[in-house]
Design a protein around this ligand. Structure first.
Ligand code: NAG
Ligand code: NAG
Ligand code: NAG
Ligand code: NAG
Length: 319
C-alpha cells in the first residue's frame, strides 16, 4: 500500500503542471547584438530545478566555455577581448553593476566529451574565472547550462536532467540558469561565427563578441514547486507518513517485548518497513537529490519491495 505514495507525488506534480498549462516563460536571454538574419532574438532561460533565486538582470559578452576530453573545461582557446567595443552595444541607461560576462555550456559538446550532468562543469567554473578575466572580460555574472530538451518544452526537470547535487557546487558570485538544447547550439554557432569574423578581419581589428541580456525567470518547474497548493501538498505528504511510522514503531516495540528480544524474521520486516517509510518521507519524490540521497531512495524501494514479497511468502507458509 505505502509503495504507491511516491507515484502519487509525481501524479500531483503532473496535475499541477497541467493546470498551469504551458511554460510561463516571459524573461529570457536576449541577444542585444544586431544580427539581421536572426529571426528570434529571445530565448527562454530558467532557474535550476527547485532553486530559489532573487531576480537579476545582467548584460554583457556571451562566451562559450569549451569542454575538452573527460568533461574537463578547457579555457585555453577563449578568444581575447582586446577592447571594450562591446559596451557600445549596451544602452547607456544600463547600471554598471548590471554589466558582466555571460558564459554558457553547450550540451551537444558536453555529451560528446562524456559529461552526464551540468554539475560536473559547474564545479569547474571557479578555476576558469581568472583566465577569463585575464583575457579582458568583465567579471562573470551568469553561467547558462544547456539542457537535453528543446527550449520550447518544460526543460530542466527531474525526468530528463541528472539534477545531481548542483546546489552544493554553486559558483560564488555567479548566477546559474538553464537554457534549451537548441539555444545552446544557436549560441555556440553565433559565438563561433563572431570569432571567425574577427579572425577573417585580421589581427589589428578587435574581437567584438555577441552581447546578451539575461533576466532571471523561475520557470515552469519553480512556478509549480513553489506555488501555495504544491507547498500545501508537500506538508500533507510529510504528515501522511507519520501514522505509518508511529504504528510501525509501536508494533515493533510490542514484538520486542513479547518475544523478549529473541531473534525472529519479523524483526527484519519491521526494520525494513521503517527504513522504507523514513527514507520515503525525507526524500519526497519531487525533491532534487544528491547522488547519496538517490542511492538511499533506490535502496529503500528495493528494501520495500523485497519486504512486501517476503511477507507474502511467509503468509503462504502459514496457510
Ligand atoms: C586545451 O585546448 C587547447 C587548444 O585550445 C589544447 O592545445 C590543449 O592541449 C588543451 N588542454 C587540455 C588539458 O586538454
Ligand atoms: C517547439 O519547436 C518545434 C520546432 O520548431 C515545433 O515543431 C513545435 O511545435 C514547438 N512546440 C511548441 C509547444 O511551441
Ligand atoms: C568557424 O571556423 C571554423 C574553422 O575554420 C569552422 O570549422 C567553423 O565551422 C566556423 N564556424 C562558424 C559558425 O562559422
Ligand atoms: C520561491 C520562488 O522563487 N518562487 C517563485 C516561483 O515562480 C513564481 C512565478 O513566476 C514566482 O512568483 C515566485 O516568486
Amino acid at each position: 500500500m505505502f509503495l504507491r505514495r511516491p507515484f502519487l507525488g509525481l501524479l500531483t506534480l503532473g496535475l499541477t503542471l497541467t493546470l498551469l498549462g504551458s511554460p510561463s516563460v516571459q524573461a529570457t536571454v536576449e541577444i542585444i547584438t544586431p544580427i539581421p538574419e536572426l529571426p528570434v532574438t529571445k530565448q527562454p532561460s530558467i532557474d535550476f530545478y527547485d532553486a530559489r533565486i532573487d531576480p537579476y538582470t545582467y548584460t554583457g559578452p556571451l562566451l562559450q566555455m569549451p569542454i575538452g576530453p573527460d568533461c574537463q573545461v578547457n579555457v585555453t582557446g577563449v578568444p581575447r577581448l582586446r577592447s571594450s567595443a562591446w559596451q557600445a552595444q549596451v544602452s547607456d541607461d544600463t547600471p554598471a553593476k548590471q554589466l558582466g560576462t555571460v558564459i554558457f555550456f553547450d550540451r551537444v559538446q558536453a555529451i560528446q566529451q562524456g559529461c552526464y550532468s551540468s554539475t560536473q562543469v559547474m564545479k569547474q567554473i571557479p578555476a576558469a574565472l581568472p583566465t577569463i578575466s585575464a583575457r579582458g572580460y568583465p567579471a562573470v555574472k551568469v553561467a547558462l547550462f544547456a539542457c537535453v530538451l528543446l527550449a520550447n518544452t518544460t526543460f530542466g526537470g527531474l525526468d530528463t536532467e541528472v539534477i545531481d547535487d548542483y546546489f552544493y557546487h554553486l559558483p560564488p558570485g555567479v548566477e546559474v540558469a538553464q537554457i534549451g538544447l537548441d539555444t545552446g547550439v544557436m549560441f555556440s554557432q553565433l559565438t563561433q561565427g563572431a570569432v571567425n569574423a574577427s579572425i577573417a578581419a585580421g589581427p589589428e581589428v578587435p574581437y567584438v563578441p555577441i552581447v546578451v541580456r539575461v533576466t532571471e525567470e523561475p520557470g515552469a518547474w519553480n512556478d509549480s514547486l513553489h506555488s501555495t497548493p504544491f507547498q500545501a501538498y508537500l506538508v500533507f505528504y510529510y504528515i501522511s507518513y507519520a501514522p505509518g511510522i508511529i504504528y510501525a514503531i509501536y508494533e515493533f516495540a510490542r514484538l520486542l517485548i513479547a518475544s523478549k528480544c529473541r531473534f525472529q524474521p519479523r524483526f527484519f520486516i519491521f526494520l525494513a518497513a521503517l527504513f522504507y517509510l523514513v527514507v520515503s518521507m525525507l526524500l519526497a519524490p519531487t525533491a532534487p537529490l544528491s547522488r547519496a540521497q538517490n542511492v538511499f531512495r533506490y535502496l529503500s524501494w528495493m528494501v520495500g519491495y523485497f519486504t512486501l514479497f517476503t511477507v507474502l511468502l511467509m503468509w503462504l507458509r502459514i496457510m
